[in-house]
Write a protein that binds this ligand. Structure first.
Ligand code: G3H
Length: 478
């Protein structure tokens, strides 16, 4: 396969010795768009060795120099926003404008990470011994943050560039080396992004990008003894990774079932606008998408009418035309979504629009009067399908939210800040948004999921901290 993209190792672009490639199917045309190398376990061993030795030198590279290279990579990435966005459109059917935004946001994230890194890694702590009972001031303790070693980054298909750099930036500024395993859909966007780091002039071996089949190199990578930290975003594969991984720090973000609780006094136009943005942006393929609306019965009819009117205005079609609703990422994903819709139909949900699907393109659908016995009440469709559950009390809404296995984000709409705060405290989610749809950004905010939504906290500062360990030196005075 002469036309397949090469993988990145030791500062060079290489063909895999497997002689095999993995096809990336364009979700819109359902034809093979690109091919990437199917790397072997031996090639993984090789990048791990390189990463280990490159890290040693990198950790000794002055912090300001590491930051300078990251700023350079950020600028190059932004310069290349058009070709990278083009890949996102073709690989993951992300609408054209959102594809450009993802790349620009990623450049900003890298720059912010460099700035944050020089500050928080540039300072440590100084402790004296006589603050602890029984001690004289005979010990001075100096703390600093040191790198972990080799960080393995595994981003998901829905933000292959942004959720890769949110791992790469913190890893590198903190003095780690980085092995990237992109998702199959999104691999070429990742390779282009890695090329920007290559152009910035990072040392050889410090960054590698291996592509291939999860069945061949997935477990091999995550269980590799050379890996000192795993940062993963994706589905429940993360749970099995966490069970198999060694005694290393893990950062996992594994999806959600974000609830939108709507009280009687809410501004229903604001709610409807946020339900459209939160539920249907990128066709619902966001971990932080609104995935269930829990609305007080007394305002439910009015809210559903307002959302219906807005759904009717959504543009449905190819990502190249910057449509709002674009084909979902794979045929199997579309089939899964359809299964949830059919289950809701069988169990008597009210269809606010007719269900329609062509290939991977699924028309936006609001399902009213959803009950807890329906799969859509609990499962994550990762598609443009949104259930509405009518509630008779706020407690009922909180109860539904907390009965979920997930606990990523949630939102509450009310004009009463006191009620909003109490509801936020009661919701078992990593974040609660008051009067806006859930969202990870701005990218320096902490971002974490409870329960099956993950472990660890992300956001630029937290990720830098997580990719370091504390080292102390104690000076003992005579
Ligand atoms: O899909 C998961 C992402 O972390 C969500 O990010 O809130 O910026 O869409 P977002």
């Amino acid at each position: 396969d002469g036309d397949a993209y090469k993988y990145y190792s030791n500062g060079e672009w290489k063909k895999s010795s497997s002689g095999k490639t993995v096809a990336i199917v364009n979700p819109t045309t359902r034809k093979t768009q690109y091919k990437v190398q199917a790397c072997t376990q031996e090639e993984v061993n090789n990048v791990m060795e390189l990463a280990k030795s490159a890290q040693k030198t990198w950790a000794k590279t002055p912090l300001w120099k590491r930051a300078e290279l990251l700023h350079k990579a950020a600028a190059i990435l932004k310069e290349h926003k058009a070709p990278i966005a083009e890949c996102l459109i073709k690989e993951i059917a992300k609408p054209a404008k959102d594809s450009v935004t993802e790349v620009v946001r990623s450049g900003d994230l890298i720059s912010y990470t460099a700035e944050e890194g020089v500050r928080i890694l540039g300072e440590g702590k100084f402790l004296v011994s006589d603050s602890f009972p029984g001690n004289e001031r005979t010990k001075y303790c100096l703390t600093s943050k040191i790198p972990l070693g080799v960080v393995l980054a595994i981003p998901p298909f829905n933000y292959p560039v942004n959720l890769a750099v949110s791992k790469i930036g913190p890893a590198l500024i903190a003095g780690n080396s980085l092995v990237l395993k992109p998702p199959t859909q999104g691999a070429v966007s990742c390779l282009h992004m890695v090329h920007c780091f290559h152009l910035a002039g990072f040392p050889k071996g410090l960054i590698s990008c291996v592509t291939g089949k999860g069945s061949e190199i997935g477990d091999f990578l995550t269980m590799h003894p050379g890996v000192n930290c795993i940062s993963f975003t994706g589905g429940d594969t993360g749970i099995s990774i966490s069970k198999k991984a060694g005694m290393i720090p893990l950062q996992m973000e594994l999806g959600g079932k974000d609830a939108c609780i709507v009280l009687e006094d809410a501004d229903l136009d604001l709610v409807a606008a946020n339900i459209i943005k939160g539920g249907f942006s990128y066709s619902g393929q966001r971990c932080t998408a609104i995935k269930v609306v829990l609305v007080m019965e007394s305002v439910a009819d009015a809210l559903v009418e307002k959302v219906k009117a807005r759904v009717a205005k959504l543009r449905i079609g190819p990502p190249e035309d910057d449509c709002d609703i674009t084909p979902v990422v794979t045929e199997s994903s579309a089939n899964f979504i359809e299964g949830l819709v059919m289950d809701a139909k069988d169990k008597g949900a009210t269809f606010c629009q007719q269900y329609k699907r062509e290939g991977n393109l699924i028309w936006p659908l609001l399902l009213d009067n959803v009950r807890p016995d329906m799969r859509i009440a609990w499962e994550e469709p990762f598609g443009p399908i949104l259930p509405v559950i009518r509630i008779n009390s706020v407690d009922e809404g909180i109860h539904h939210c907390n009965a979920s296995n997930f606990g990523l984000q949630g939102c509450v709409f009310t004009k009463d800040i006191n009620k909003a705060m109490l509801i936020s405290d009661a919701m078992e989610t990593g974040t609660v948004q008051i009067n806006s749809a859930p969202a990870r950004g701005p990218d320096h905010f902490p971002f974490q999921g409870l329960k099956d939504s993950g472990i660890g906290s992300q956001g630029i500062t937290n990720s830098i901290d997580m990719m370091t360990k504390v080292k102390t030196t104690v000076i003992n005075l005579p």
